[in-house]
Design a protein around this ligand. Structure first.
Ligand SMILES: Cc1ncc(C[n+]2csc(CCOP(=O)(O)OP(=O)(O)O)c2C)c(N)n1
Length: 320
């Protein structure tokens, strides 16, 4: 994995989400809630770069970045947001129910914490079959308060399952800060350690640090040493759901958001690279043009695709 590749993948996700946000707001044709990860790109990119295509990940409601970082098909994702038959979930799921099995994106769900247990199940099947595969699951600091989080960590540790738990700690569950929801003096990674698994807390806006920690986590799992926990500190720039900025309406001040925008994971990675790779800034502009065009092609394809037939709407809804 080259360091340039990590930057490229973050830029692609940023361009896709920013452009999608504008189209979503201006057009009002995508009838799905959208939870953007703008500002959080380093977590998905750093972790997925440490995984193989045959490894499988599971996400929650904020899953576009994870899907794309794992190699999910962009055209099928955008069609899904438009509810079209050519969508990755055949237009039945919308933005919170992405899937691309060929790329190793197992599923995502808006039921908080649900996919943590599904990832543990996948890891259990890998262990039982003796397959050298790893499962990973992404969830927020809020989801770590669900009972299923604790049951899943306990079970994975007990059976030494190859699963990487990835907590994207963006400090908020909707408008409720972590300090208002979890006991002072404790941490999510500390609770994971209580189940007897290694847990690291990493700057989630430093893609190189995330990648290095994820490589260690994946190696640990693949060698049969049981689960590993990553708590990645980051911040969501936009509102909880939707394309807008939400200064002062959701308990987050403009100064707070601005301080995290100043810690932009892409800008930081470019600054780090520019000493040894002076062409990176020029490359950035080329990528931005390329990825924005790629997104608009996917939007055009989605718009001209048919909706599922009404008579067929229940087909596949409960299929495995
Ligand atoms: C079981 C369940 N309870 C409540 C909700 C409502 N809900 C949706 S997103 C969310 C906040 C999630 O916060 P976090 O897990 O930190 O993820 P973030 O949105 O910050 O990425 C809540 C409470 C839900 N979807 N599922």
């Amino acid at each position: 994995m080259t360091r340039r590749r990590l930057v490229r993948d973050m830029v692609r996700i940023r361009c896709v989400e920013e452009e999608l946000g504008d189209v979503y707001r201006d057009e009002q044709e995508m009838r799905t809630p959208v939870h953007f990860s703008i500002g959080q790109e380093a977590t998905a990119v750093g972790v997925c770069a440490a995984l193989r295509r045959t490894d499988v990940i599971y996400g929650g409601h904020r899953c576009h970045a994870q899907y794309l970082a794992k190699g999910g098909d962009l055209t099928a994702m955008v069609a899904e947001l438009y509810g079209k038959q050519s969508g990755c979930a055949a237009g039945r799921g919308g933005s919170v129910h992405l899937v691309d099995r060929a790329a190793g994106f197992g599923a995502s769900s808006a039921i908080l914490g649900e996919m943590i247990s599904v990832a543990v199940g996948a890891a259990w099947s890998f262990a039982l079959r003796g397959e050298p595969r790893v499962a990973a699951t992404f969830f927020g600091d809020g989801a770590s308060e669900e009972g299923v989080f604790h049951e899943s960590l306990n079970f994975a540790a007990l059976h030494r399952l190859p699963v990487v738990f990835v907590c994207e700690n963006n400090q908020y569950s909707l408008s409720s800060p972590q300090a208002a929801r979890q006991p002072a003096g404790t941490s999510i990674s500390g609770r994971a350690r209580g189940y007897g698994m290694p847990a690291r807390r990493v700057d989630g806006n430093d893609v190189f640090a995330v990648f290095e920690a994820a490589e260690e986590a994946v190696r640990h799992c693949r060698q049969g040493n049981g689960p590993y926990f990553l708590e990645l500190d980051t911040y969501r720039w936009r509102e909880h759901v939707g394309p807008h900025w939400d200064y002062d309406v959701s308990g987050r001040s403009k100064a707070d958001v601005d301080s995290w925008v100043a810690r932009c994971p892409i800008r930081r990675a470019v600054e780090t690279l520019s000493d040894t790779d002076p062409g990176i800034t020029e490359q950035l502009a080329v990528w931005q043009r390329e990825f924005r065009a790629e997104l608009h092609e996917a939007v055009a394809a989605a718009r001209s695709s048919p909706f599922p037939a009404v008579a067929d709407l229940l087909t596949g809804v409960y299929e495995s």
